[in-house]
Write a protein that binds this ligand. Sequence first.
Ligand code: SF4
Length: 200
Amino acid sequence: MSPILLKIDGAKVQAQEGMSVWEAAASVGIAIPSLCLHGQLEPYGACRVCMVEVEVKGWTRLVASCCYPVEPDLVVRTRSTKIDKIRKTILELLLAHAPDSPQLKAMGQEYGANPNRFEKEASFCVHCGLCVRYCAEVKKLNVVGFVDRGTRREIGFIPELAAKECWNCKECFPLCPTSALQAAYVLTEALYAPHPFPKS
Ligand code: SF4
């Protein structure tokens, strides 16, 4: 398989077919921030923090680098005034959901995000999907999933399955960049109180 040559932030990069722009950048030490990317999971492109600018035959557009495949002669910019401004706004929107998230706060500081720019939305879930995808893709269990749509979208555990599977697993807990997952689990436990969950 012949290598694919592209340019990232002015550097010539040799990538392999099937790699994403995020992976190609990482292969030469260029770190693109992301919230929903995880080494064991399929790319999801949900958080949009990894947005970069790509240029193909003179046309530029903004793409989620975790999902965008490398192609020959692609020109990629991972930092610019425009990209930093977009990341700043995305982080401000995410911080409105989870203002106390250490991960979000650190990212926000790097991009000068104002955590008070948008009205607070007390869901705490930033819809990164890490918990849902980890449970489905790695554990093959589907105990936790998204419920409802649009602004009412949130995650929820299936109580009967959670009582059986989660008490000695909880591998998804450290993946959550906010406290939403733990809160949802505690709520599920409480709602299921007539049939207490086993304790690990
Ligand atoms: S609960 Fe946490 S891990 Fe799950 S989708 Fe929401 S923010 Fe992501």
